[in-house]
Write a protein that binds this ligand. Structure first.
Ligand code: SF4
Length: 386
């Protein structure tokens, strides 16, 4: 464990833990909202096929195009077909796009691709992997940020620069990228089955810009992000923001199909000023199988708030080495087993159960990890009998 990592995790924990407690005390209705959200998400898992069908139908009805990818390779093919010969692409942070290897794939094809989330942008220029599901550059101290920006973006920035000076340098660069981007790729915090709407929560404004400035918006996400209604989608973004430590969020974005206007004789005309195309790419990649498993399905309730990371002694020691980015930490270890079939990190869990105590979705993470271990041992035993 490097001393830089120790310092970084210590600073982030010190910021996150009191902030979440303060917000929960100030907004007590969040407690009942998170309980309702868990119930709504379980309803979807009980009827996943039906909800996928409803969501795709609703997207089509709103003038968008819905795609269902069985795995990461199929998702990359779909994105390729949508982008075609277009060259300039911007991305807002998406764990599922990372899982599907979309940024790297597009860069390998010679496209001009830029992450617009500050942390992701830093990782891109530093050629490093995310260390936390929300605060992706959590392993980097302010000083490290300064050194990377000095080397890759702006020589006037260094490790003594203030966070505001660093943010201003990144902002100048990204504003130029928004002007030229032809395609914007986002993830989704939630997808409403009744309306086909995608809900996204953020503070930086980059998701709003990525989903509105380019003429084509592609939202790439997992089928686990489907919730029954738009009301449930709002619950998910509220709870995600609160337990991530930023409530109220600066922006909640909702996209339902391409841009439209009803100003001419109340007829809905598409497009208006914003994107003329909206695509939703839903990815299975092991989720369907997990939903059918009574134990593993709990992991699909995760809303990626990242709170369990701060309560986990194994993660605090190992950082992103525990799991495989973007899925490290307690939730990431469950997710590696689901989307990559890689259960090795589960065996390093010490079962402190701090993660279970803090999870807003009441996921019994230690139990899921114990079940993953049990499944491994059973396979080994069966293999030995042959
Ligand atoms: S497992 Fe729970 S605490 Fe951890 S990221 Fe998911 S919802 Fe948040």
């Amino acid at each position: 464990m490097s001393s830089e990592w120790e310092e970084a995790i210590e600073r982030s924990t010190r910021n996150n833990v009191p902030e979440v407690w303060r917000m929960l005390e100030e907004h007590p209705y969040l407690e009942s909202t998170r309980v309702e959200l868990r119930k709504a998400k379980l309803r979807v898992l009980d009827n996943l096929d039906e909800f996928i069908g409803k969501t795709m139908e609703a997207v089509t009805k709103s003038g968008g195009v819905a795609h269902l990818a069985r795995d990461a390779a199929e998702a990359r093919d779909i994105v390729d077909r949508i982008i075609g010969g277009r060259e300039h692409i911007i991305l807002s942070k998406s764990n599922v796009a990372y899982e599907a290897g979309i940024r790297q794939h597009l860069r390998d094809r010679g496209k001009d691709v830029w992450e617009t989330d500050f942390g992701e942008y830093l990782l891109q220029i530093a050629e490093e992997e995310p260390s936390h599901i929300i605060t992706v550059a959590l392993h980097m101290t302010k000083e490290k940020f300064g050194r990377e920006l000095h080397r890759n973006l702006d020589e006037s920035i260094n490790e003594d620069s203030t966070p505001a000076e660093m943010a201003a340098a990144v902002r100048r660069f990204l504003l130029g990228k928004y002007d030229t981007a032809e395609v914007g790729i986002t993830g989704a915090n939630a997808v409403a089955a009744d309306t086909g709407s995608v809900a996204l929560v953020e503070n930086e404004g980059n998701i709003r810009m990525t989903s509105v400035r380019p003429q084509i918006h592609i939202a790439v996400t997992g089928i686990d992000k489907i919730v029954p209604t738009l009301g449930d989608a709002f619950k998910e973004v509220m709870i995600q923001a609160a337990y991530a430590g930023s409530y109220p969020p600066t922006y909640i974005n909702v996209t339902t199909g391409p841009s439209s206007t009803g100003d001419i004789e109340s007829q809905i005309i598409r497009p208006a000023t914003g994107p003329r195309e909206f695509h939703l790419v839903l990815i299975d990649n092991g989720r369907m199988k997990a939903a059918a498993d009574r134990e593993l399905r709990e992991a699909l309730l995760c809303i990626r708030c990242g709170r369990c990371y701060f309560a986990c002694p194994t993660y605090r020691v190992m950082g992103k080495e525990w799991g495989k980015p973007p899925y490290s930490g307690p939730t990431g270890v469950m997710w590696n087993a689901i989307v990559r079939g890689d259960s090795s990190a589960a065996h390093m869990c010490t079962h402190s159960a701090g993660c279970r105590e803090v999870c807003p979705m009441d996921i019994n993470i230690p139990r899921v990890l114990e079940y993953i271990k049990y499944t491994d041992f059973k396979k080994m035993e069966e293999g030995g009998k042959k």
